[in-house]
Structure formats: structure tokens, C-alpha cells
Design a protein around this ligand. Structure first.
Ligand code: ZN
Length: 492
């Protein structure tokens, strides 16, 4: 019997902490890193990584793959070097649920095709993830929108004491099962109907379990700074750390505002608040068309239709092209899309490159794709390209920050932030999640026109010691695991 399962030889090893690369061999045994340095002994499989960089597997801190992790091979993430996917973001998720209620429109387009499901509580959803054969590791946030929907439906009213108690119970149940925290999406109904006090009450429950508050804020444009103030108040009064999702300044009138927003975040940090944020490396966002059509305060520079159920001929077209095709004004074209599919997803050019760069380069910024794993259509290219785009475009070509720093944003920073113990750094005894890539060629190939393309330059992706992708192809290994907060193994 060889002593090791896997040996990765001759690579430039980046440990994920931001330290510069060292030349080292890595030996893996039973899913863990056995030796970093000069291991002696045979291995079942040897990878020659000469000329390549070996880094901890990337953590996608902002995924919407709640359904996709159960129903797809997750190739779009794995092939980017992502070995851990964080779901339950923007208040959207698949639990808790009441089987008697209709699902929210667009759930399957946004969260991936849904498997047969019998769970009700968030803990039961996590159990289903735990039982599934996962291509990558998965960590979960309790989604406030789903919690509110189960108790109040699409009603706008404030919860009474009994309703609030039931919502708190749902959050507590998910946290006890090992969820990483509570997420909100305060532009999406029904989450948007919540007042600040409701969120403070629920976040306080997540705080009792050592969780994090992760938020798609109430406004990312005109009232960006006020929205940060609200998130800060929630974090402070509930007593838990704050993570601002996909930080941006949306709408031409607000371009440049990330200078003030990052200054405000730094000021709060200096005052003792534990706050940071994440971003994706693109100037276009993507979400449900109906939500953007209703929110008029920031007009996009352009719109592409990503997925529209039963209207493949609309997908990939700009709204202007569709208006031409139908010979109607753009507003009416959008109405026609929504009549055909109220859950249609669009891509919205809303950001300025200067803001994107300022946010990405900030030392508090982690990387989250915000990819929407629609089973059909032409999704935003971030679904396939986020991580290689950061390392190719922003690290190698633009030298916005170093490779070591880029890897840190994708590995140790999120792993520490979310309490993913034993992951995110390349250290002896830690989990053997790696990506082996060529820093000279790594690049995203997914475009708005042709988004379903794997990146270039990623040679191997290893999940819990198993080779999950090699030579640009996913293998049949399904070695991913459900990750509970701080390695908690089950519900108490
Ligand atoms: Zn969001």
C-alpha cells in the first residue's frame, strides 16, 4: 500500500494567508494534507505541478446554488477552482418551507432545478444536502425571505409576537443544525417587507449561535450609504458580524460612491464593528427582471435577457433588440417578457469599472460569484468565470493586487469569516481542497454572448483529497461535504 493517496510535486505553493509562494511538495492522505515540504514515500497518484501554482480550493461566498448542488454536477463552479460553495444568499433559499404553499416565482430559475424534496425545516434541508453526493463542499445561510414567507406568506404586515416567535424558532433551528448565519435580501419580496426591527430580532438569534449577518442591502444605488447604516445598526444591535453582499454602486448617478461606502465601512471597523464585504468582477449585475422593472431609481445602461421560460428566442437578446423584434417600445418589451415569465432573469449593466476595481482591491473584499444557475438560457458569465477572471484580468493583466492577495480573498479570508475550520489554508492536517493552475494562462472565457464556457488555465481541482477535475474535464468523483459552522457535526 502506498503511504499517500496523492502527491503534488514541484508546484509553487500559495498557502492562502497572503504569504508569497514557496516551492514545496504536498502529500495527501485520507482527505487531509499530510505533509507540506519534502514528503518521502510512495503515493497512489502523483501530479507534476512544475510551472504551476498550487493553492487552497476557492470559496464562493455568494452562490445561489441551493437547488443546483443537489441536482447538477456543479461543473460551472468546480471548473473555476471552487471547492466550497456558500448558499442561502440574498434571503433566498429552499427552506424552511411549507409544502402547502406555492413556491415563490422563479425559484427554480434562480436557485437551479429543484430535486424532489420532502424537507420542511432548514435543518432538514441541510440533512438532504449532507446525504447527497456533492461535487463540492457546501455551507449554508438561513434565508430570511424563506423564513418570512413560511410564516407570513407575501403579506406586508409586521409579524405579531406569535409570528415573530415562530420565525425566530425557524432561524434557531437552522443555526442549531450548523448554518453559518442569517442572510437577507431587502429588495426582494417578501424580505423587502421586513422592517429593521424584525431583522434585528432574527439576527439576534443567529448571534446566539455565533453566526454572521449577510445582507443584500435595501439599496445599492441612491441610498447606498443609508442602506449600509441600516446593516450596521442590525449588526450592532443584534451583536453579530456583518458581511455586505456584492458590494457595489448601481446606476450612473451613483458611480464613484464606493469611495464613500468603503470609507464608511472602514470607519465602522475602526469603531469596533466586525464588518466586511464581497464582490464579483463585472460591471453588470443579474437578477429577476420583475424586481428591476419595479425599482426605478437606477436606470441600467443596458439589459440582456438571461433566462425566460418557454421563450428561448428571447434569451441572449438585449431588451433593445427584443423591442425591435417585437416592434414595440422597450418598456412594453419588458412587459411582454414578464407576461411570458414573471420569474424571468435579466443582466443589467449598472456599475462603473472604477467602482468594481476599488471594491475588489480593498483588503476586506472577498470574492463571490452571485452566479445564477438557471438550467436554461444565457446566464451572466460570472456563473462560469468569476474566479479565473479575478486572477487573470485583475491580477495578471491589470496588477490590481498580487496573486497571493487574490488567492487570500478566495480562501483563508472567507474560511475564517464563516468558521469553516480546517479549510482555506494549505496546512498540514487541514482538508485537502486544492486548485492547481497556471498563473500565466488562467482566464475566464465565458462572455455575455457565450456564457457557458469553462475557464482556461485550471489544470486540477481537488476536493477532500479526490481529483474532481483534471485537464479541463470534471471527473466522476463526488467528494464534497456539507460544512457546518465551526465543524459542528450534527444538530444537538
Ligand atoms: Zn443579492
Amino acid at each position: 500500500m502506498p503511504e499517500f493517496d496523492l502527491l503534488i510535486r514541484n508546484g509553487a505553493v500559495i498557502d492562502g494567508t497572503g504569504a508569497t509562494a514557496i516551492r514545496a511538495d504536498i502529500a495527501v492522505r485520507d482527505g487531509r494534507i499530510a505533509v507540506v515540504g519534502a514528503p518521502t514515500g510512495e503515493a497512489e497518484r502523483v501530479i507534476d505541478a512544475a510551472g504551476l501554482t498550487v493553492a487552497p480550493g476557492f470559496v464562493d461566498v455568494h452562490a445561489h446554488d441551493d437547488g443546483a448542488v443537489l441536482s447538477t454536477p456543479m461543473d460551472f463552479k468546480l471548473m473555476q477552482g471552487v471547492t466550497t460553495d456558500i448558499v442561502g444568499n440574498c434571503g433566498a433559499g429552499l427552506a424552511p418551507r411549507d409544502p402547502a404553499q406555492p413556491p415563490l416565482p422563479g425559484t427554480d430559475l434562480v436557485l437551479g432545478s429543484l430535486p424532489e424534496s420532502d424537507w420542511r425545516t432548514f435543518g432538514e434541508y441541510m440533512e438532504a444536502v449532507d446525504r447527497a453526493s456533492l461535487a463540492l463542499n457546501v455551507g449554508c445561510f438561513v434565508p430570511h425571505g424563506a423564513v418570512r414567507y413560511r410564516t407570513l406568506g407575501m403579506d406586508r404586515h409586521e409579524p405579531d409576537d406569535g409570528e415573530l416567535a415562530r420565525m425566530k424558532e425557524d432561524v434557531g433551528e437552522g443555526m442549531a443544525a450548523g448554518a453559518l448565519g442569517l442572510s437577507t435580501g431587502l429588495i426582494y419580496p417578501p424580505g423587502a417587507f421586513a422592517r429593521t426591527e424584525e431583522i434585528i430580532a432574527l439576527a439576534a438569534v443567529a448571534a446566539e449561535y455565533g453566526g454572521l449577518y449577510m445582507t443584500h442591502m435595501r439599496d445599492e444605488g441612491k441610498r447606498l450609504l443609508e442602506a449600509i447604516e441600516e446593516a450596521v445598526r442590525i449588526s450592532r444591535e443584534a451583536g453579530l458580524p456583518l458581511e455586505i453582499s456584492h458590494h457595489k454602486a448601481a446606476g450612473r448617478d451613483n458611480w464613484g460612491k464606493t469611495e464613500q461606502s468603503t470609507a464608511l465601512i472602514e470607519k465602522e471597523r475602526a469603531a469596533g464593528l466586525d464588518v466586511n464585504f464581497d464582490a464579483y468582477p463585472y460591471t453588470a449585475s443579474s437578477t429577476i427582471l420583475a424586481v428591476m422593472a419595479r425599482r426605478r431609481e437606477a436606470e441600467p445602461e443596458g439589459v440582456i435577457l438571461a433566462s425566460v421560460r418557454d421563450k428561448p428566442e428571447y434569451e441572449g437578446k438585449t431588451l433593445a433588440q427584443l423591442a425591435d423584434m417585437l416592434d414595440v417600445p422597450a418598456d412594453e418589451a419588458a412587459q411582454r417578457v414578464l407576461e411570458a415569465d414573471p420569474g424571468a432573469v435579466g443582466i443589467f449593466f449598472m456599475m462603473d469599472e472604477g467602482d468594481v476595481r476599488r471594491v475588489l482591491a480593498h483588503p476586506l473584499c472577498m470574492i463571490g460569484s452571485d452566479g445564477i444557475p438557471s438550467p436554461s438560457g444565457k446566464p451572466h458569465p460570472r456563473l462560469y468565470g468569476t474566479f479565473p477572471r479575478v486572477l487573470g484580468t485583475y491580477v495578471r493583466e491589470e496588477r490590481l493586487f498580487s496573486l497571493d492577495e487574490g488567492v487570500r480573498k478566495m480562501t483563508s479570508l472567507p474560511a475564517r469569516r464563516f468558521g469553516l475550520s480546517g479549510r482555506g489554508e494549505l496546512r498540514e492536517g487541514w482538508a485537502a481542497d486544492f486548485v492547481v493552475f497556471n498563473p500565466d494562462t488562467i482566464a475566464d472565457l465565458a462572455t455575455y454572448e457565450d456564457p457557458r464556457r469553462y475557464p482556461a488555465g485550471i489544470e486540477y481541482v481537488i476536493v477532500n483529497g479526490k481529483i474532481a477535475a483534471e485537464g479541463g474535464k470534471q471527473t466522476l468523483e463526488r467528494a464534497g461535504r456539507l460544512l457546518r459552522r465551526n465543524g459542528r457535526s450534527r444538530s444537538p
